[in-house]
Design a protein around this ligand. Structure first.
Ligand code: SAM
Length: 388
């Protein structure tokens, strides 16, 4: 993402401010499924208002604004004699991304950020800046993950957004990082299990565990029954991924399943302050120590257990990046969750007893700022001391 420094300040500030209104408008048209109704060609405002049971003039004004930012085309030009409700709107490539069957993280992120619980928290940024407390809790009376446990509709949209993000990242990560070195991996906070299923598909000798909160595991189990990830559908059946994949519910602040040699923590540490992130990492270390003694007892030849953190690393450059935006989202939604710099990651891992063995910066491999890989890094670390 590049600031357009050539724009005069008044235009630049206008460009920045309009984002909130446009986001709100986008999540409204996604909820109304407007793009779905346009898939066979342009439709009039009246037709769309009837289909979506909405107020025609208000809908017209919404679509008119969105057509000015490249979402929808206004097919019949406004002429004096054409009534607003006869004006037709059609799809653009951007609007096509908002169709219900589209799997892309930007649609799902617009949806979750458009939910009242999230939107009101984001609007309340000033509260965070004044108090240092997160506004999600201030508005919703619960920390985000407790809230999601109790609000299944928001939880479903949140988990789908995470899965959509993972879906656009996982095959590149699986190609880049050699998961075949492990016998068993645990995906800590693994959500609906898409990341692990893809790794298992690519590595036929690997077994794995998706570990997450009870509501997320319940959702993952429902997904498993429906086998709704189209891409994986035949693979799941043909390659027998399911028998190699366990779903375990629990709380990573209490304990993490042992018995594995690879511990994946993807897009989790950014949700937590240093103290909480340390607890997760120390529980991981404890699971590794236990795994190691278990392996010794069973006289199996295994590699030293590793933790593989897939997360965003804050750029040290003073430039607009997805990391800068997401850091503000973390400020608002979580209690001191943050996008960490490389140095902060190194210190965090060091104080928890880990030593970094390698870092892959995936942003250097992508050409576009909106590429979902653009904001990820893989940090591989091993315990500094573990009983050999
Ligand atoms: C930001 S999501 C990331 C999901 C997934 N790893 C991904 O990359 O798409 C964070 C995950 O952590 C899980 N989580 C939050 N608190 C947890 C806890 N105390 N114990 C286990 N999982 C937890 C959430 O349910 C959620 O699935």
């Amino acid at each position: 993402m590049q600031n357009n420094k050539d724009l005069p300040p008044s235009e630049l500030i206008f460009d920045l401010i309009k984002g909130q209104i446009v986001l709100n408008a986008i999540s409204t048209v996604i909820n109304l499924k407007i793009s779905d109704y346009l898939k066979d060609g342009p439709k009039s405002v009246m037709h769309l208002a009837e289909k979506t049971n909405t107020h025609p003039n208000s809908l017209y004004r919404l679509l008119r604004m969105l057509s000015t930012v490249g979402i929808f085309t206004k097919v019949k030009a406004t002429q004096e004699e054409v009534k607003y409700d006869e004006i037709e709107f059609g799809l653009t490539p951007l609007a096509s991304l908002l169709q219900s069957n589209e799997k892309n993280m930007f649609k799902n992120f617009s949806l979750i950020l458009g939910r009242q619980s999230f939107k009101r928290a984001i609007d309340d940024l000033q509260y965070v800046i004044q108090t240092g407390e997160n506004s999600f809790k201030h508005i919703n009376n619960l920390n985000i993950f407790d809230y999601l446990q109790q609000n299944p509709v928001d939880a479903k949209i949140f988990n789908e957004a995470m899965t959509a993000m993972t879906s656009s990242q996982v095959s590149s990560i699986s190609k880049l990082y050699d998961f075949s070195q492990f016998n068993t991996v645990v995906d800590i906070g693994g959500g609906q299990g898409l990341f692990l299923s893809t790794i298992l598909k690519d590595n036929p000798n690997l077994t794995g565990i998706v570990f997450d909160l009870p509501h997320a595991i319940e959702g993952a189990n429902q997904q498993k029954q429906q086998i709704s990830h189209e891409k994986l559908r035949s693979d799941v059946i043909n390659n027998s991924i399911l028998p190699r994949c366990k779903f375990i519910s629990g709380n990573f602040f209490k304990s993490i399943p042992s018995g594995a040699d690879g511990y994946i923590i993807k897009n989790v540490l950014l949700n937590w302050d240093d103290e909480s992130a340390s607890t997760i990492l120390k529980n991981c270390l404890q699971a590794m120590n236990f795994s190691k003694s278990y392996q010794k007892d069973n006289k199996q030849q295994k590699i030293k257990p590793k933790v593989i953190i897939v997360d965003m690393i804050m750029s040290e450059k003073n430039e607009m990046s997805f990391g800068n935006l997401l850091d503000i989202v973390m400020l608002v939604l979580t209690q001191n969750g943050r996008i960490r710099t490389k140095k902060e990651f190194t210190n965090l891992l060091d104080t928890c007893g880990f030593q970094i063995t390698n870092i892959w910066d995936l942003s250097s491999r992508s050409s576009s700022p909106s590429d979902p890989m653009n904001f990820l890094s893989i940090v591989e670390a091993i315990p500094k001391s573990i009983d050999d």
